[in-house]
Design a protein around this ligand. Structure first.
Ligand code: SF4
Ligand code: SF4
Length: 189
């Protein structure tokens, strides 16, 4: 009989438990422009969220998650691989996710607690340059909300959910990070 301590430290066991629950999504990653957008609230706010950092992407935002196709996407300069403070219970201390790149940020962002805030590269004078259906899940599913003159925007696809999805692709992101870490890739115009 294995001790609790042995179970606790068995990464494969916890991965198996976690993967077996993959079908049971804890969130609703569905939204339409009508149900998740309120352009007048966002115009009044002035795009605070997009001025602080790029929104996060789901693996489902990519058509092809092969290494070669992902490398091509990263070389376009609008994406960042980011290390985040992870989920110690699943022994994935500092997993990687993908988000839109910030102005003046590298393509591989590994400053965990000291990264500067700067606007998303896709933020233009009149808001997001991307059509609604082309925006990453993190941006598409951030629902503007204002109560008592205060913003209470709510994410239907938060960073934790994003992290859990990318846990299945950590080897891919690690390989991409190794390839891109020292590359000078300009941001798109
Ligand atoms: S989603 Fe919220 S924080 Fe972002 S621009 Fe709209 S109102 Fe502002
Ligand atoms: S992609 Fe668009 S919605 Fe997402 S952070 Fe950038 S400007 Fe905002």
């Amino acid at each position: 009989m294995r001790t609790f301590e042995e179970f606790k430290n068995d990464e494969e066991f916890w991965d198996a438990i976690f993967y077996s629950t993959r079908g049971a999504r804890r969130y609703d990653k569905v939204g339409t422009e009508e149900t998740t957008c309120n352009y007048s609230i966002c115009a009044e706010c002035g795009g605070r969220c997009c001025k602080r950092c790029g929104c996060h992407l789901s693996p489902d935002d990519f058509k092809d998650l092969s290494f070669d196709e992902m490398l091509k996407e990263f070389k376009k300069g609008y994406l960042t691989i980011e290390v985040i403070d992870g989920d110690p219970f699943f022994h994935h201390g500092f997993p990687r996710i993908v988000r839109m790149r910030n102005v003046d940020s590298p393509v591989v962002e590994e400053r965990l607690y000291a990264r500067p805030q700067s606007p998303c590269v896709m933020l233009g004078e009149n808001g997001c340059k991307l059509e609604y259906h082309n925006r990453p899940a993190g941006g598409r599913l951030l629902v503007p909300n204002k109560r008592n003159n205060k913003l209470h925007c709510k994410s239907r696809y938060n960073i934790e959910e994003c992290m859990h999805e990318w846990l299945y692709h950590q080897k891919l992101l690690a390989k991409l990070a190794d390839c891109l870490r020292f590359e000078e890739i300009p941001t798109p115009n």
